[in-house]
Design a protein around this ligand. Structure first.
Ligand SMILES: [Zn+2]
Length: 170
């Protein structure tokens, strides 16, 4: 039953109750009282249900708003990350080794550095390559452990010539 139906039922119940009271007939008063009690209980249950629905709707709205805020935050974060990645160029500073190098114009006082392209492409992670020696020949990605060569290893000193068989003899 809708709210209007419930309230008109209640109004009728009250009228019937008042009419019954005026008759001073206990049986009628008792019946009207019962009827009114039933109607009040129905209205009470309905109001309670409406309150429940309103509470649930408010909860859903709050959840939706929180989700929207969360998504907006994620979008801002992605935009920020993309802006940061756009400061780098894909370069081949050593034949066959591709890395992301900070653009000169975008350095803003930062030292020259390189990012791991696999971490950017696969995980959208900014991982600065760390050189493994002061000569900057080889650098490693701290996140995925890929190694990137930047320079050749120094040429090894030629081995001393093998001792001739003759000199081994005593
Ligand atoms: Zn990496």
């Amino acid at each position: 039953m809708d709210v209007m139906g419930l309230f008109s039922g209640l109004t009728q119940g009250f009228s019937a109750y008042k009419a019954a009271v005026e008759t001073l007939d206990e049986a009628k008063i008792s019946a009207a009282t019962n009827e009114l009690t039933v109607q009040l209980a129905q209205v009470g249950a309905h109001v309670f249900a409406m309150h429940e629905k309103a509470t649930q709707a408010a909860d859903r709205e709050a959840t939706a708003l929180a989700r929207i805020r969360d998504l907006e935050e994620q979008v801002r974060e992605l935009e920020k990350r993309n802006r940061d990645f756009s400061r780098y160029d894909l370069v081949e500073d050593y034949p066959g080794t591709f890395t992301l190098r900070i653009k000169e114009v975008a350095r803003n006082g930062e030292p020259l550095h390189y990012l791991c392209p696999s971490c950017r492409d696969n995980k959208a992670v900014k991982s600065i390559l760390q050189f493994q020696d002061s000569k900057k020949r080889l650098a490693g990605c701290p996140a995925c452990k890929t190694q990137y060569r930047f320079q050749d290893e120094p040429a090894r000193k030629p081995r001393p010539p093998l001792t001739t068989v003759g000199s081994m003899r005593r």
